[in-house]
Structures are given as C-alpha cells and as structure tokens.
Design a protein around this ligand. Structure first.
Ligand SMILES: NC(=O)c1ccc[n+]([C@@H]2O[C@H](COP(=O)([O-])OP(=O)(O)OC[C@H]3O[C@@H](n4cnc5c(N)ncnc54)[C@H](OP(=O)(O)O)[C@@H]3O)[C@@H](O)[C@H]2O)c1
Length: 329
C-alpha cells in the first residue's frame, strides 16, 4: 500500500541546531542498530521508520555493520526508502559509519582511507543512495595516523558521497585533535556520537565542554542503556525484550540486583515527575542544550510514540537532579 506521511509531522517536534552548522536535527533520532536486520520482521522495521517520520523524526542513523548479518540494516533501510520515502529524501538526514569489522582481510576494519572510502561505496549501494548526509568514523584507530582518517572523511565530502562528517566514541583529547585537522582541511566536524545515559556519564568529564567550545553537535547513543532505563526489567526478563531476543550486547548478567535497586529508585522519581522512567531517562539527556538530538532504538512502533513523550518535559529542578545523582553515585 502507498504510504502517505502524516501532514501533522512537523507540528510538535523540536529541531535543534547541530553545533555551529546550518543544519537542524529532530530532538529525537532513530537508530537502526537492532531490529532492522534480515533476522527481523521487515514489515515491523518498515513501520518503525514510518512511525518515526510521521512524528517529525527526520534523522535515521545507520552503520555499515548493523544487522545481523552486517550490512542488512542498510539494505532494508534502502528498501524502505525506495518503497515509502523516495519522494521525501530531502526531508531526511541519513547517516552511516565505518570503523568496526566489516569484511575479511586487512582493509575491512578500523580507520584507513582504503577502508573508509570502500566501505562508504558499499553502504551507498546497499542504501541505493547517491550520498549520505553524515558519514562517521565509528571508533578511534590508534594504529592509523589521525591525519589519514580525517583526510578520508574530507575526501568523501569532496567526492560528494557525504554532506557532513562526524566521529563516534572518540575521547576528548583525540576528538580535539580530529576537530583541528578537519577544520584545517576545510571540512569541519558536524557531530560527535558518544554513548551517554544515566548509567554512562563519561561525556560529562570534558567532552560536552569541548563540543560546545568547538561548535560541534552531540548525538548521544543508547540513552535508555539498551532498555535498562525503563520499567521493563523490574519484574524479570520479558520474552520480547532485547536481553531475551538478542542477548549479545545486553545480557542477563547486566541486570544485577544493585542495578534493579537503582532502576526502582529512578522509577520513583520519574513517577513524581509524572513521567515513565523511559521518558525521564531521555528528558534527562535532552535537558542539556549541548545535546543536539537523542539517538533512540525501538523494537516496536509504540515505543517510539511512547519515547516521544519525553519531549514534553525536559526541565529538572535542582532537587530532582541531586536526587538522581545520589541514586547513580
Ligand atoms: N556509535 C556507536 O558506537 C553506537 C553504538 C550503539 C548504538 N548506536 C546507535 O544508537 C542507537 C540506539 O541505541 P540503542 O538501541 O542501544 O538505544 P536505547 O534507546 O538505549 O535502547 C533501545 C531499546 O530499548 C527498548 N525501548 C525503547 N524505547 C522503549 C520504551 N519507550 N519503553 C520500553 N522499552 C523501550 C527497546 O528494546 P526491547 O528490545 O527490549 O524492546 C529498544 O530497542 C542505535 O540504533 C545506533 O544507531 C551507536
């Protein structure tokens, strides 16, 4: 059936400027790490994308290795774009990355120019696109000169295969060097993608300050700690949860009694705020104006509409913040 996006889609979403650039991103973005592989139900993946777009989410985040199998999330997203969103390409910001193992041999991993350029060529074929909006180096590579990796990003932009570039998982010192090299090359870094949630706060130790100083946007990933920062694991492991269905990156042994105690206490604060824990976890990230957009995942379309409730209240009192800090300490 032909898909017609909701005409209301731009009415309620907030759009935040990405660093000092000219581009704005929806305050919430959808990531395709899980639930978009060939192992997943294609109609569900398609409904996830349509639900997101219908609610004003314009940014979709991929990587060469998302699946499983690796590459299949890009293939499936390419199919969805072709079937449903072909006429809306100019309303979308599509990103992909390279940096983790993708193919055999010495050229299918890390940060060489050889790997990044060939990987993006492969991604564009899978996505059936001429260019992506953002191309990232997915993780730092200490065995390749940073100058080479950044020159690859610059080259890709000059070739017209990406409009902007970003880096992911870089710590402040290496990020600062990367920003300087990119600026000198004439391709400023648009955005940094770090892991950031109530359970993972390393970005507060210098990275957010650096991004503000350098005018680089920030897109925190796994803001719900892959689902831990919701009420779903409070009474065991639901059969349709990431722990039960995938169990690779989020495992049963991550759900320790200490963690459950913290989740229960956070859940109480969320209730006092009139939110669910999932909403509070996302609002807590978005309270910081240095954050451009929060990068969520979802296994069901109604999780997207549920998570969007977070946008209704991103203000926290100092008492609430102190109570949250005490729980997380
Ligand atoms: N740059 C990197 O190195 C890197 C690494 C990891 C991820 N990422 C990016 O970040 C994106 C998001 O990561 P993530 O999937 O770990 O994010 P997340 O938002 O922390 O976790 C998403 C999972 O939480 C559960 N969930 C989502 N909304 C919910 C709700 N409202 N109520 C209850 N449960 C909910 C779902 O899991 P269930 O299956 O349990 O329903 C969902 O798949 C990825 O898709 C990817 O684009 C980047």
């Amino acid at each position: 059936m032909t898909y017609t996006p909701s005409p209301e889609r731009y009415n309620t979403m907030e759009y935040r400027r990405c660093g000092n650039s000219g581009v704005k991103l929806s305050a919430m973005s959808l990531g395709l790490w899980h639930n978009f592989g060939h192992v997943n139900n294609f109609e569900n993946s398609r409904n996830l994308v349509k639900t997101a777009f219908d609610h004003g989410i314009t940014h979709f985040d991929l990587a060469n290795n998302y699946g499983p199998p690796p590459g299949s999330a890009e293939e499936n997203f390419g199919k969805i774009l072709f079937q449903d969103l072909r006429s809306y390409r100019d309303e979308l910001i599509i990103s992909t990355k390279a940096g983790y193992t993708m193919w055999d041999g010495p050229y299918g991993d890390w940060g060489s120019k050889k790997y990044l350029v060939s990987s993006l060529d492969q991604s564009l074929k899978r996505l059936k696109l001429e260019y992506v909006d953002i191309f990232y180096h997915h993780r730092p590579d200490h065995n390749t000169p940073l100058e080479e990796t950044m020159a690859a990003l610059d080259l890709i932009v000059r070739q017209g295969k990406a409009l902007y570039v970003g880096i992911s998982n870089y710590r402040p010192a290496e990020a600062e060097k990367a920003f300087r090299i990119l600026k000198d090359l004439g391709t400023p870094c648009l955005i940094h993608q770090p892991k950031y949630s109530m359970f993972e706060r390393w970005v507060e130790g210098g990275l957010l300050d650096l991004l503000e100083k350098e005018g680089v946007g920030c897109i925190p990933f796994s803001p719900l700690a892959q689902g831990l920062l919701t009420d779903k694991y409070l009474h065991g492991i639901p059969a349709d949860s990431r722990v039960a269905t995938s169990g690779v990156f989020l495992k049963e042994d991550h759900i320790t009694p200490e963690r459950i105690e913290k989740i229960k206490a956070l859940n109480q604060i969320a209730e006092q705020r009139g939110q669910k824990l999932a909403h509070m976890a996302l609002s807590w990230i978005l309270k910081d104006k240095r954050v451009t957009t929060v990068l969520i995942g979802a296994s069901k379309p109604d999780q997207i509409t549920d998570s969007l409730q977070a946008l209704k209240n991103t203000n926290f009192s100092t008492d609430e913040l102190a109570a949250i800090d005490r729980i997380l300490a």
